[in-house]
Design a protein around this ligand. Structure first.
Ligand code: ZN
Length: 229
């Protein structure tokens, strides 16, 4: 019986195409552990994927994301096909696989976060249609967005199986070129960035904005105006 390899914090400053295989695998484990602590990946939900060149690293499906090890990670090509299965037997690739691939292909993403964060889920329910917010300093953290811009994030309907979201997620990514995220009603959010550091920062800013919107709504203020006016 082989010993499992404990992941260690990578402390890497490499961001994307020069990431080594070992760093990419360790980063997924480290960041999934971190995202679990944020409440974004409880109950085996959520996920994270990172890219180095044409190699896509992805977590397996239905596992405890905070306890993953480097040998549990799948490697896929840019067509979404598994080119290196994990050493750990019996694992299935993430149900998010086709959704992550859309962000890689349509937006040239370097990493993608899927979160089941409570405020991301609640934020999908406080508007009739899409999520809208403005007049928030943290908007500056979203690529290409200013603090006073009205920023819109598409909300798509949930489906019984995660992979069935593929077509509507693709349409939403194409229809909202300024958004770095797509929300899924009563479910959570997909957020991407040009590399893993950028994706992590985008995810943190978006989660702040989702929580701000829910709390503004609770205060009787209009989140689409950032609580002003
Ligand atoms: Zn999900």
């Amino acid at each position: 019986m082989s010993e499992k390899t404990l992941w260690k914090p990578t402390f890497t400053t490499r961001k994307r195409d020069d990431l080594t295989d070992a760093e990419a695998r360790a980063l997924i484990c480290e960041l999934c552990h971190h995202f679990y602590q944020q409440g974004w990946a409880s109950g085996t939900g959520g996920g994270f994927s990172v890219r180095s060149g044409e190699r896509i690293f992805m977590a397996p499906s239905g596992v405890q994301k905070e306890r993953m090890m480097p040998e549990d990670i799948f490697v896929l090509n840019m067509d979404g096909e598994v080119i290196e299965p994990p050493q750990t037997p019996g694992l299935k690739v993430s149900a998010c696989q086709p959704l992550f691939m859309h962000a890689y292909k349509l937006r040239n993403a370097g990493a993608v976060v899927h979160s089941h964060g409570m405020y991301a889920m609640l934020a999908t329910l406080i508007y009739k249609e899409n999520f809208v917010i403005s007049n928030q300093e943290m908007l500056k953290g979203i690529q290409g967005v200013g603090a006073f811009d009205k920023h819109e994030v598409p909300v798509i309907s949930n489906t019984a199986y995660e992979e069935e979201l593929t077509d509507s997620l693709e349409e939403a990514i194409k229809a909202y070129p300024k958004a770095q995220a797509v929300l899924v009603k009563g479910h959570g959010v997909y957020i991407w960035g040009r590399d893993w550091m950028h994706a992590k920062a985008q995810a943190e800013c978006y989660h702040y904005l989702f929580e701000a919107a829910v709390r503004l709504k609770q205060l009787g203020l209009d989140p689409s105006r950032g609580g002003l006016g």
